[in-house]
Structure formats: C-alpha cells, structure tokens
Design a protein around this ligand. Structure first.
Ligand code: ADP
Length: 454
C-alpha cells in the first residue's frame, strides 16, 4: 500500500479521498490554491501545499507544481479526483515518468478510451452497443453523406477528441451536415488541437444510463451495475439514481457485462464509467467512457456496499480487485442530488459567498458528502457544487420519500442552492413514473418560466 497519497483536487472529492486513504493507512497531502486557503478539507489532510493562485490554470491544472509538491512531500501516489487533470493522459504519463503512481488507468488505456473513435472501435469489438454511424474518422464529405443517408437523419457530428460538449453539431439534412462537418472540425481544432470528426445517429429522446466498472492490473474487470442520470440541465447532471429504474434485468446484465468486457479489453486499472443513451424501446448506445471516479459514485456504493475509492487506490498499488463479479449484488435503491450554490429561480446564477447556515440532514439511509461548514466562503473560481445528498432506501419509493425528507431537513443559507429544484423534480410525474428523457428538466423549467411570466 502507498504510504502517502497526494490529492490533486479540492472540495468534497478531496475529503472523500482523504477518508479512503485513512482507512487504508496512508497519509494524505492536499495541494490547494490561494482561493482555497481556508478549505475545511485541508484540516483533515496530513500535509498541505499551496500551488498557486485561484484560477485553475495557475494551480490545479499546473502539472509541474503538482509534481514538485508530490516530490517535496515524498508522496508515492497521486489521486486526481474528477475534473481538473483527472482525464489528462499527459499528467498520468508525467506521474509514471517521475515514478509516482497515478491512481487511475495507464496513459495508454486513458488515451484509447478517451479518443471517441478508438473507443467506439474497441466497443464494437467487445460487443458493447454503439450508435450506428461512420466506421471511423470521416475523411471525405461524400463518405459522411453516404453514412447519413444510410442511418437516416438527424445525425450528430462529433469530435474524436471531444469533451465538455465541444465539437458537436446536429444535422437534420444534407446541407446542415456539410456545414456541421466543417464547423465541428474547426471547433475541435481550436479546443483540442485535433480536428478529426465522425458521425453517428442522433437520438431525439433518450435516457442517460451508465455502468460503473472497476479493473485491476491483473486483467480483471467487473461491473457494479448501473445508474440513471437522466435529470440534467444543459448536460449537467442534477439527480442520479441506481439501479437505473425500468431496465429489465436480463438487458441490464447484458449491457453491464459488455461494459466490463470493454474495460478488460482496454487493460484498464481503476474506476471507469461507460455512459449510454437508452431509447424508448429500451435499446442502448454507448456515448463515451469516463476514465475516472465520478461525482455520482456514492449511488453505486450505497447499493453494492463497495467502497469505490478504496478499490481504485488498492488497484493502483498493484493489488488485485478484492471482489469478483459474483460478489456484486444490488440491494435497495439509492438517489443522489447535487446541491449547487446556484439560484434555480434566477437562471442558475452562481452564489459565491459566505455560507452562514449549514445544517446537514442525517438519519437512517442518509449520506452527505460535503466539504462545507457554517462560516465557509464559497469561492467564485470553481464548480458550484457544495454538497452531495445521497439516500438509500429499500426500494425507489422509499428512497424518494427519504430524499424529500432529507431535503426538507437541510438548512443552507443565506446563499441560494438547487435544493428547492430537486424537491420539485422529485414530485414530477416524469420522475416518479420514470417517464422522462434528458431534456425533461429543461422543458419543465421553460414551462415554469412561461407560467410565471403570464
Ligand atoms: P462530451 O464528451 O463532449 O460530453 P458526449 O459524447 O458525452 O460528449 O455527449 C454529450 C451529450 O450530448 C450527451 O450527454 C447527450 O446529451 C448528447 N449526445 C451525444 N451524442 C448523442 C447522440 N448520438 N444522440 C443524442 N444525443 C447525443
């Protein structure tokens, strides 16, 4: 096991990693920016190193500073958390070159799955369902037109190197497709330095269902069933739950097993998530693979009892997975709400500033992952998420009731948060009846606004 783990992240995920490291008997080093000087999680770390000013490009994204912090504190491993450098293959490579273990996949596995064209290719070989589309990168306009003709419009042009929704264009006909090819490619060159694009079928109405996987350095890979993250706004997830409701067990197992095969084929070490869209007839299509721990990982921990962060640390230390596929089963139902410091009644305006009141709910089946306490100042520099509220219940009905009660108990002020929105969403027929798609929240918000304007 590692003796000292550097955490190249902040906030709730830094605290989550500290907890796991402690249980494994490893010390922790937190790097932090000047904006996070008073971060409550820093008190929980064994060592702290300031790596620069508030803006992330000058601190949390500075590979050189993070590596020198690891070297001066004699850390033997780095956990990247999510966001920042978590999916940066160059960072993983620099760690390896400096003989510091990267708690995640090898740079090769990360690049293979991070490039959407090579990932699609591997998925095809592993029997993981993908969207119909071009066999690989589009070289010629004629090829794109022929593929679109065959799969039918609408289609989506996507950048091989894409991420964060950039380099994507939807086309409903030939004229739009020709324009989309060049604009997506140009945007991809500007954003990623790689203009390669491909096309696939565009699904108008779909649910987001993803599969949690774990792999080790000994060729083992397992899945830990699925989560539904259909409640989103502008592609940002708001509510996640598991297991994904309304997916027949046989189909669920088939898709989950195919995801584990893909992870195994990529010789993947650590936690990975295969994201899928699911259409109205229950067909699955892979969107992408996230090569890191995800925000919503607690949902899976609650229903499987597996500590995902500890597993990923152990695997990076060369240990085999402590569980085999037959050890994994699902108990009950879990829901997570992302509590963001944003005003949902004011176009989700960010709410930085001092949190005077922070009284988290508790009780049976309630978990709060948060770095916040009363008196904490939310800096304006980073992601607005200040807490994750997670519940576990015997079934979905109990989990929904428990979540509503926990939201009612949660007191945060004076800043506004997304809690009231979550409370409303949990009562919509769309959510309750699992009769939703990834745009239902946006449609609801528009309808609410229109009603308020009258
Ligand atoms: P990124 O890596 O940039 O986030 P993704 O491939 O994950 O890109 O896609 C981002 C979002 O775009 C998805 O969550 C989904 O809402 C939408 N999307 C992507 N591909 C398709 C598709 N083929 N059909 C419908 N929606 C899609």
């Amino acid at each position: 096991m590692f003796s000292r783990i550097l955490i190249a992240n902040r906030g709730e995920i830094a605290l989550r990693i500290i907890r796991a490291a402690r249980e494994l008997g490893a010390e922790t080093v937190c790097v932090y920016s000047e904006a996070d000087r008073d971060g409550p999680w820093l008190e929980q770390a064994d060592h702290r190193v300031c790596i620069g000013p508030g803006p992330a490009p000058e601190s949390y994204l500075r590979i050189d500073r993070i590596i020198s912090a690891a070297e001066t504190t004699h850390a033997d491993a780095i956990h990247p958390g999510y966001g920042f450098l978590a999916e940066n293959a160059q960072f993983a490579e620099v760690c390896r070159d400096c003989q510091i273990a990267f708690i995640g996949p090898s740079p090769e596995a990360m690049s293979l799955l991070g490039d959407k064209v090579s990932c699609r290719d591997m998925a095809r070989q592993s029997g993981t369902p993908i969207f119909p589309g071009s066999p690989g990168e589009i070289e010629e306009e004629e090829e794109a037109l022929a593929v679109a003709e065959k799969i039918g419009y609408p289609v989506i042009v996507k950048a091989a190197a894409g991420g964060g929704g950039r380099g994507m264009r939807i086309a409903h006909d030939e004229t739009e497709l020709v324009a989309a090819l060049s604009s997506a490619s140009q945007e991809a060159v500007a954003a990623f330095g790689n203009g390669a694009v491909y096309i696939e079928k565009f699904l108008e109405r779909a649910r987001h269902v993803e599969v949690q996987c774990l792999g080790d350095q000994h060729g083992n890979a397992i899945h830990l069933y699925n989560r539904d993250c259909t409640s989103q706004r502008r592609h940002q997830k708001l509510i996640e739950e598991g297991p994904a409701p309304g997916v027949p067990e046989a189909l669920r197992d088939e898709v989950c097993e195919s995801a584990a095969r893909l992870i195994r084929a990529a010789k993947y070490c650590g936690a990975a998530t295969c994201e899928f869209l699911m259409d109205g007839s229950g067909d699955f299509y892979m969107l992408e693979v996230n090569t890191r721990i995800q925000v919503e990982h607690p949902v899976t921990e609650m229903i499987t009892g597996v500590d995902l962060v500890k597993e990923m640390i152990r695997c990076a230390a060369g240990e085999p997975l402590s569980l085999s596929q037959s050890d994994i089963s699902v108990t009950g139902h879990s829901i997570e709400c992302r509590v963001n410091a944003e005003d949902p009644d004011n176009d989700f305006r960010p709410q930085p500033g001092v949190v005077d009141t922070f009284q988290a709910p508790g009780g049976f089946g309630v978990r709060v992952d948060s770095h916040v306490r009363a008196g904490y100042r939310v800096p304006p520099n980073y992601d607005s998420m200040i807490a994750k509220l997670i519940v576990h219940g015997r079934d979905r009905t109990e989990a929904i009731a428990r979540m509503k009660s926990a939201i009612d108990e949660f007191r945060i002020g004076p800043i506004k948060t997304t809690l009231p929105l979550h409370r409303r969403l949990l009562e919509t027929p769309q959510f309750v009846d699992v009769d939703f798609d990834i745009h239902y929240v946006e449609r609801l918000l528009e309808a609410e606004q229109a009603a308020a304007a009258k």
